[in-house]
Design a protein around this ligand. Structure first.
Ligand SMILES: [Zn+2]
Length: 264
């Protein structure tokens, strides 16, 4: 079976076809394949602003590279020259392609792939195993979480744990919030840095009514968190015990393998 036939089997990019495939050697000696994507002549161009089919405007000069799911230990990249559309509603806009969103260099398939591995493994392990940046694993998990949030019920959350993860060497943090109810343990929310503002954003996202239902909140002694929890959820019991919060989060991730999302 030809590689293009395999790719056609696992993807469904209407209006596009796979073109030339070539071998690359990436920096650390890992073999890699580069697969060209070409637009079909009679295909529809979609405006990234409104999602509607629009007439073409031009083709951008640079080629963009997207990381696809690795195959047999071989890295796989798509290369494509983005086009622009002339949209009555949005003006001149870059087209929307079915394999990626916005400026991301990861395909949507790759995000799901990484996010699934990030359930049983730490983000750092996923990053090492697939020779990918920690920030890309973060991007993938965040994508899966926000997809899950859009499609899931957030009612009746009674216990949450707030924690931070450190990334790159140095003081770069992400704030993560888990649901820690007896019958439901899952990653709920991820936000940049570990500031009071970050956690405020979580409470804004959760909303006043759902926050009112919280009974237990676990976090460490970080002042920023304490201040916000006091302000937003004074009624809930605040457990200042990072060890036990971490134990429960660890249990949530490793034993229960709490689903991040219901993947499509
Ligand atoms: Zn538009």
């Amino acid at each position: 079976m030809h590689l293009k036939a395999i790719l056609n089997h696992v993807t469904d990019y209407k209006s596009f076809v796979f073109g030339k495939v070539r071998w690359l050697e990436v920096e650390n000696g890992t073999p890699a394949l580069e697969v060209q994507i070409l637009p079909r002549l009679n295909g529809v161009r979609i405006c990234s602003g409104c999602g509607q089919g629009r007439p073409g405007y031009d083709t951008l000069p640079e080629t963009r590279r997207f990381q696809f799911v690795p195959l047999w230990g071989i890295m796989v990249y798509f290369v494509y020259q983005m086009r622009r559309v002339q949209c009555l509603d949005c003006g001149i806009k870059v087209e929307q392609v079915p394999w990626a969103e916005g400026k991301s260099s990861l395909t949507t398939e790759t995000k799901w792939f990484l996010a699934r591995w990030a359930r049983p493994m730490s983000w750092k392990e996923v990053s090492g195993l697939f020779r990918i940046g920690w920030d890309q694993v973060y991007e993938a998990v965040k994508y899966a979480v926000s997809w899950g949030l859009k499609h899931r019920d957030l009612e009746n959350i009674e216990a949450i744990g707030v924690d931070e993860v450190q990334w790159h060497k140095g003081h770069h943090y992400q704030t993560v919030v888990y649901q820690l109810d007896r019958n439901q343990k899952r990653l709920l929310w991820v936000g940049p840095e570990r500031t009071a503002k970050t956690l405020l954003r979580f409470f804004r996202f959760l909303g006043r009514q759902r926050t009112a239902r919280l009974q237990f909140i676990g976090s460490d002694m970080w002042q920023g968190y304490i201040k916000v929890i006091r302000k937003k959820a004074r009624h809930a019991v605040h457990i200042l015990d990072r060890f036990h919060v971490m134990q429960r989060i660890g249990k949530a991730i490793n034993d229960v393998r709490a689903p991040l999302c219901q993947c499509p």
